[in-house]
Write a protein that binds this ligand. Structure first.
Ligand code: BG6
Length: 488
């Protein structure tokens, strides 16, 4: 019998990102960032080699991130609706390029800083705690085309300038920061998730064609240095604020297809891939499995002993993560991936899938497993900052179709979270992904809708942009928060 309760200060709410919501992509001084040149992060960036350098080549493509759901102009209305649901926290990101449009300027862009001042003030006045991602697939494009992004250690300097500016400006307003959104996606989406661009390519059909594993590990090392310095600086500038790592951990919930020890080892190895940044950011170490891989692949990185000391000394305060679905691995089979995690062998025990066309397996127990796994390995507070379900939905007059499926998905995941709390996991909060419809990161469409709030726009960016409550799930989540998770 589970009599556990959510803690009284549990941070209930939702999560969005600047690039998927704000729109206004060139307003008030902002310039292009990595998500402005991709029609969904899983497709190839719209960049062309002109013989000497990479240039954006968007043509007539509709890139919905350019308009987002127009949060930039609607945020007051959106926050009011979230406050009506009782949100205690909202996670969003600061678009780096609003603050430093090219990334390498010496002065910050005041208009950008002011936008986030206003946004955070509005949140705070409504009793909504800002939870701020410093980089959610939003590296200024100029830093990639000029410097190669995180392949170059100069990035550390540009990044530190940005984060120190932010920490000083929002001191006392922002108490929770996350460094790099789902940084473990660096290996699957290097351009957008990693902020990496090979600027001396041999092959130029598409960006990063020649990138090697060694290049990515070197970028990861510079990112780890930046992460450690960021932790150090925040603690120095605002000792009451906390900072977490943010990882995509759906794929940490990898089940072996059978009890064949080979399948078990295959699952363990796949888990190691997800744990690499956790070990680096939470324990401050390069684990043995990575050293073995480097040795076997003949990878020699530029790593100074002072880097290792820095990384070891400045570990994060908590682990923030996304969890959407689990996967199954069979030894020898290749895993495919998307924004929600990985696909491998079929799991015959999972009976529920989200509707077509996405068909994500629904595995709420995986969330309990994940929380326990993280607690056992890292013993840090945990913050679920992404979990949710994208559905095709439509507006009929002023009424949005019923979203029973969303409620079922959420109820079952929250039930398992309660189990994890009973197991002894220290959970800081639960932020539902996409409480208002936003542009899908992977596919770049709006009609993969996650929200409790519907936004009237289509995949071509047309519509009134009016907001409508999805009454069923809106009221249901409101009741969950009101009862502090007692009424699921
Ligand atoms: C995570 C990202 O990978 O998954 C979000 O942090 C993203 O930005 C979410 O939106 C869901 O993926 P998608 O492709 O359905 O938007």
């Amino acid at each position: 019998m589970n009599n556990s309760k959510f803690p009284n200060d549990f941070l209930w709410g939702g999560a969005i990102s600047a690039n998927q919501c704000e729109g206004a992509y060139l307003d008030d001084g902002k310039k292009l960032n990595v998500s402005d040149v991709s029609k969904g992060l899983l497709s190839k960036p719209k960049m062309k080699w002109n013989g000497a350098r990479w240039n954006p080549d968007i043509g007539n493509e509709i890139i919905l991130n350019h308009v987002g759901n127009d949060f930039y102009h609607h945020y007051k209305e959106d926050l009011a609706l979230m406050a009506e649901m009782g949100f205690k926290a909202l996670r969003t990101s600061i678009s780096w390029g609003r603050i430093f449009p090219n990334g390498d300027e010496s002065e910050a862009n005041e208009k950008g800083l002011k936008f986030y001042d206003d946004l955070f003030d509005e949140m705070i006045s409504l009793g909504i705690e800002p939870v701020i991602t410093l980089s959610h697939y939003e590296t200024p494009l100029h830093l990639l085309t000029e410097y190669g992004g995180w392949l170059n250690d100069e990035m550390i300097k540009f990044w530190m300038k940005y984060v120190v500016t932010v920490f000083k400006r929002y001191k006392g307003k922002v108490k929770y920061y996350l460094t790099f959104n789902e940084i473990n996606n660096l290996f699957k989406i290097p351009f957008a998730a990693g902020g990496v661009l090979d600027i001396n390519p041999k092959h130029t059909e598409y960006v990063n064609q020649d990138l090697t594993k060694a290049d990515l590990y070197q970028a990861a090392h510079y990112i780890a240095i930046a992460n450690a310095k960021t932790v150090e600086k925040l603690h120095e500038i605002d000792s009451s604020a906390k900072i977490g790592a943010m990882l995509s951990l759906s794929s940490l919930v990898t089940y072996p297809k059978t009890c064949d020890p080979k399948d078990v080892i295959a699952a363990m190895k796949f888990q190691h891939q997800q744990m690499f940044f956790l070990d680096l950011f939470c324990k401050g170490i390069y684990p043995g499995y990575i050293k073995r891989e480097w040795k076997e692949m003949g990878i020699n990185l530029k790593i100074k002993s002072s880097d290792l000391e820095l990384i070891n000394k400045n570990t994060v305060d908590f682990i923030a993560f996304s969890y959407y679905k689990s996967c199954v691995i069979k030894d020898g089979e290749v895993m495919k991936t998307d924004t929600g995690g990985a696909y491998g062998a079929n799991n015959e025990y999972i009976k529920t899938y989200s509707p077509e066309p996405w068909k994500w397996p629904v595995d709420p127990i995986g969330l309990r497993y994940l929380c326990n796994f993280l607690t056992d390995h890292y013993n840090l507070p945990l913050f679920i900052v992404e979990n949710g379900i994208g559905l095709k939905e439509s507006l009929n007059g002023t009424i949005v179709n019923e979203d029973e499926f969303r409620i079922k998905y959420l109820r079952e995941h929250l039930y398992q979270l309660k189990e994890a709390i009973a197991d002894g996991c220290n959970i800081m909060g639960y932020l539902y992904w996409g409480p208002i419809d936003i542009i899908s990161a992977g596919t770049g469409v709006i009609d993969k809708r996650y929200g409790f709030i519907y936004v009237d726009m289509d995949n071509n960016g047309n519509g009134t942009f009016k907001r409508y409550k999805k009454h069923q799930s809106f009221n249901w989540y409101k009741k969950v928060i009101e009862s502090n998770g007692e009424e699921l």
